[in-house]
Design a protein around this ligand. Sequence first.
Ligand code: SAH
Length: 385
Amino acid sequence: MECAASITPASSVSEAPTAGARRNLVGLTREARRAEIAALGEPRFRADQLWHWIYHRGASDFPAMTSLSKSFRAKLAEQYHVGRPEIASHQLSSDGTQKWLLRLPDGNEVETVFIPEDDRGTLCVSSQVGCTLTCRFCHTGTQRLVRNLSPDEILGQIMIARDALDEWPSPKDGRRLTNIVMMGMGEPLYNFDNVAQALTIVMDPEGITLGRRKITLSTAGVVPMMARCGKELGVNLAVSLHAVTDELRNHIVPLNKKYPLAELMAACRSYPGAHNARRITFEYVMLKGINDSLAEAKELARLLKGIPAKLNLIPFNPWPGSEYECSDWDTIERFSDSLFAAGLSAPVRRPRGRDIMAACGQLKSASEKLRKSQRVGRTAAPQSA
Ligand code: SAH
């Protein structure tokens, strides 16, 4: 934490998290929104005006929606709210990376990270509280899955980042938040429906309007869901590969026991929309003495033959209690050079936000899964993936 600065104390952006029986308008699809507004006896264009206020203007409460009649706003406020998660903490890294710890209405917490670069700004979004996957090198993997995030909780992360970056109304040019990666806490393909609903809203041409080419979903390899992701969302795919043999991958990415490499590679070969202009990214964490030999680089090139692929070599980011070390810089460079020589693009990802534990694989929140008896009386019951 040496250079980290805390820039926002705990504070809520808009509605109180316990909005009682009032439902959150954030996260409803266009169709659901229209049906709700029709049920209030209001014409359809009102639903579209609301959409514009929430996703283009970024309004976080009804009084701000000045083009709507006072009586309509009052009617809305009786039944709904325009909620964001509560900001529990907001940290700024010495390299400009920002991390938010967000508190959800049921008290659970997730993290979201913004990474500014010269030519883009990427928001790393979480899909679950905790994770089921237990990848051995990942900090989130030491936190059990608590529950899936709902569509409004996934969208809320993006809206909070845009609040902080002052990006409302949605700018056409000069955006700071240009890309979204589903690479935060959790396995997005184990919460596909909610992730899809949130991303569909993000991609809607009226509103946040981030196109599918600007969105990347990262999976550890939930093979049966990969085709749906390509067909229904058409976003870029990233696959957390990390090993070239089933033996090692079973150990460091235990999901491999369920969906071994041959099945994973077959799913990548048939990923809808993958071609040379839109290659699949393979993430490969560099673990000293574990997966970083030149023989493994060669095997990696062989494994990816015939797949429109690019690699992303990720220097291992340590966390308290982690059992691995990051490969030496020379080793990483040699590994990368060998892949380039085999015709693969294999840049090394520059670690960002390490000083605030915001780099890949360092995210974790204190939320714990409660026993059934402890959950009684809570506002939202945890779901399982
Ligand atoms: N469950 C999804 C989304 C998480 S993405 C997935 O596995 O793809 C987070 C990325 O960071 C993954 O590629 C993950 O394998 C990688 N990662 C996890 N722990 C890491 C660490 N300590 N150092 C570097 N990368 C890590």
